[in-house]
Design a protein around this ligand. Structure first.
Ligand code: PRX
Length: 636
């Protein structure tokens, strides 16, 4: 069979043209590279009106057979995971595909014995340890739907997510160290579970050995259960046959309104797309060491730590800690230690490490690096150049990969060493991906040297299928703005060479250190504070985080100490959402710029937060134009 990997720019152009002319033929050929329990009857059935998208209809599979079993034949002893602890003195772990298979099977038995079955929703709230990968894959093995919640979210956020999906089982850990700070995962989970009557069982991984309360009849230890399976010889577990369009996972992400929504991805299309994009973008070759610095709690971790690399038989470095602990050389230390060949990270991490200076890079051997990747937000030219010069030493292509939780995998990116790159450009679409720029009215903007709103006009296998429990929300958010198009909510320009550059969100979603947070979500959290009457939140440019959070707050009582109340508001946001959503700046105001119909003019607030005070545009439609002057004067 022809290789899945494209090997030249000429070939890319041919493959791309074919993928547009015959998408079904193209993806059908790609899918032949996977293990199926039953092949499909139809490659694609779709409409963007409902929307309804089905890839590989009629096929049956289990994604874990593709990530594990099929490798046992000829690469069972290849390393699947090289794990590095947060603590630099703790020994690293090396897990082969054969070992991972065994662990996943055992944990599939544990889940089953705890009552989990196909279709159940299981919440995973865990540190970055191999047991998280095991838990993810074990869910997939038994056909349960995993909902991984990032370890930085608060009890309230976890409870919202568990309730929305009516999870009946949770896997968590006692705690984890992030840098020198302990995160008490089990305690946070216990607080969440007070509000989650659907959860019947909690499996607790022993990681930090900090004191926790284990509730009789509900909580069991991961280690004890796994040892019991081992003792009973339950080390194999037949993978459950899944329909191509059975849900694989739910991952919650923020939008411009309301609570985060559960993005649903399904088994077959997601798998094919994650693996195809992984192999082509990074040009992964067997034996190479690949290191993605994301957390499995985000889509990048799902697609490019777990499913894409493992379905490709890759060797993955998994890191529990943070880039600045014990010092700002930690990433480079890991690259040196494991001789990493491919490093996939985020602009915010690059900028933060850049700020520490070159001392941390100087004495590390980075000569193993061959490919660098960036994801999560637009990468600014300075960070791109620093990454290229000081980390890649001018020898490594940078793949600037653009995509979203909803797209399941990367849609626009260079293919390493194949697509000529340009700083800050995600460059060209992957085969099978058909981008289109539209104006406000939805008219296509043709030609090059243009910019507009980025839409995709044809389904790719990794596209979002629904938002859990609320299909209408999926339709209105992504498929109703422009008829027959998937709307990304990103602004984009296409330059003279037809290269795409993503300019950022055009909705009220902020991108804080590569994390997506809705302004409305933060406002709701701030408004929970007793002293707050109303608030408005916007993003402003932040040197390290890309964007920071600027909150304008109206207080009910001005007699409090401003610093104290700022702290209280921050604590409230941390409690309701998590520390990632804490405002960087809180300005107290007596009024907000509103139109006569009561709508807050965020455009004005954004400009003030950005420091653009002279050109605020038309303020004549405001109910009270005077508030703007006051806000300007007292700007932080
Ligand atoms: O605005 C785009 C930005 O991140 C958003 C998606 O966020 P999320 O679903 O959390 O997924 C992040 C990881 C895929 C997009 O709408 N974004 C992501 N990658 C890039 C980017 N912006 C510019 N360049 C990128 N490479």
């Amino acid at each position: 069979m022809k290789s899945l990997q494209i090997s030249s720019f000429e070939e890319y152009k041919d493959v791309y043209a074919y993928s547009v002319q015959n998408p079904e033929g193209f993806w059908g050929d790609v899918a032949e590279h996977f293990t199926w329990k039953k092949k499909w009857d139809q490659v694609l059935d779709w409409n963007f009106t409902e929307p309804q998208v089905a890839w590989f209809k009629g096929a049956q599979l289990n994604i874990t057979e593709n990530c594990l079993d099929r490798h046992l034949v000829d690469r069972g002893d290849d390393v699947a995971i090289l794990w590095e602890s947060n603590d630099p003195d703790e020994a690293f772990r090396k897990i082969t595909y054969r070992e991972l298979h065994r662990e996943v099977c055992k944990f599939a038995h544990v889940l089953t014995q705890q009552g989990a079955k196909k279709g159940d929703r299981i919440c995973l709230y865990m540190p970055m340890v191999p047991e998280l990968t095991v838990a993810v894959l074990a869910c997939a093995r038994i056909g349960a739907i995993h909902s991984v919640v990032f370890g930085g979210f608060s009890a309230q956020s976890i409870a919202d997510r568990i309730q929305d999906a009516a999870c009946n089982l949770v896997v968590t850990a006692d705690g984890t160290m992030r840098g020198n700070k302990e995160i008490f995962l089990k305690n946070i989970m216990d607080d969440a579970l007070v509000h989650c009557p659907t959860v019947e069982r909690v499996i607790v991984l022993e990681r930090s050995n900090s004191p926790i309360s284990m509730i009789k009849g509900r909580d069991v230890f991961y280690g004890e259960e796994m040892a019991r399976m081992e003792g009973q010889g339950l080390t194999d577990f037949p993978a459950v046959a899944m329909e191509a369009e059975d849900p694989l996972f739910i991952l919650y992400t923020s939008g411009s309104t309301g609570k985060p929504k559960g993005v649903v991805h399904t088994c077959a299309g997601y798998m094919v797309f994650a693996a195809y994009t992984f192999q082509n973008i990074f040009q992964y070759k067997r034996g190479q060491i690949y290191f993605c610095t994301a957390d499995i709690g985000w889509i990048t971790g799902h697609s490019y730590i777990v499913y894409g690399p493992l379905a490709s038989g890759a060797t993955n470095v998994m890191f529990e800690g943070i880039p600045t602990f014990p010092d700002a050389g930690r990433f480079w230390e890991i690259v040196d230690k494991f001789k990493v060949n491919i490093l996939y990270t985020a602009p915010t991490a690059i900028r933060s490490l850049m700020a520490y200076g070159l001392d941390y890079v100087k004495n590390k051997d980075l000569s193993s690096l061959q490919v660098l990747g960036s994801v999560g937000e637009p990468i600014n030219e300075e960070a791109w150049n620093w990454f290229n010069t000081h980390i890649g030493k001018g020898n490594c292509p940078i793949v600037d990969t653009w995509w979203q939780t909803e797209t399941g995998g990367i849609l626009i990116s260079p293919l390493a060493n194949i697509t000529p790159t340009k700083p800050c450009f995600a460059t060209l679409p992957l085969p099978g991906v058909q981008p289109m720029l539209v104006d406000e009215k939805g008219e296509e903007i043709v030609g090059n040297g243009v910019s507009g709103n980025l839409c995709i006009k044809f389904p790719w296998p990794g596209i979002i299928r629904t938002t859990y429990g609320d299909h209408e929300r999926c339709r209105t958010t992504y498929f109703a703005t422009y008829e027959n198009l998937y709307f990304t909510s990103d602004g984009c320009l296409r330059d003279e060479d037809g290269y795409y550059r993503i300019t950022g969100r055009v909705d009220d979603v902020m991108n804080i250190s590569g994390h997506r947070i809705g302004t409305a979500e933060v406002e709701n959290a701030i408004n929970m504070h007793t002293g707050v009457i109303e608030s408005a939140v916007v993003a402003f440019p932040h040197e390290i985080k890309g964007q920071g959070i600027y909150a304008y707050v109206i207080l009910s009582d001005h007699s409090h100490q401003p610093d104290q109340i700022r702290k209280d508001i921050s604590a409230t946001v941390t409690r309701i959402i998590g520390a990632i959503a804490r405002p960087d700046k809180i300005q107290f105001v007596t009024g907000l710029p509103k139109t006569r119909s009561g709508k807050i003019m965020r455009r004005i607030l954004r400009k003030i937060a950005e420091g653009e005070l002279s050109n605020l545009g038309d303020t004549s439609t405001l109910l009270d134009p005077n508030v703007v002057d006051q806000i300007k004067e007292e700007r932080l």
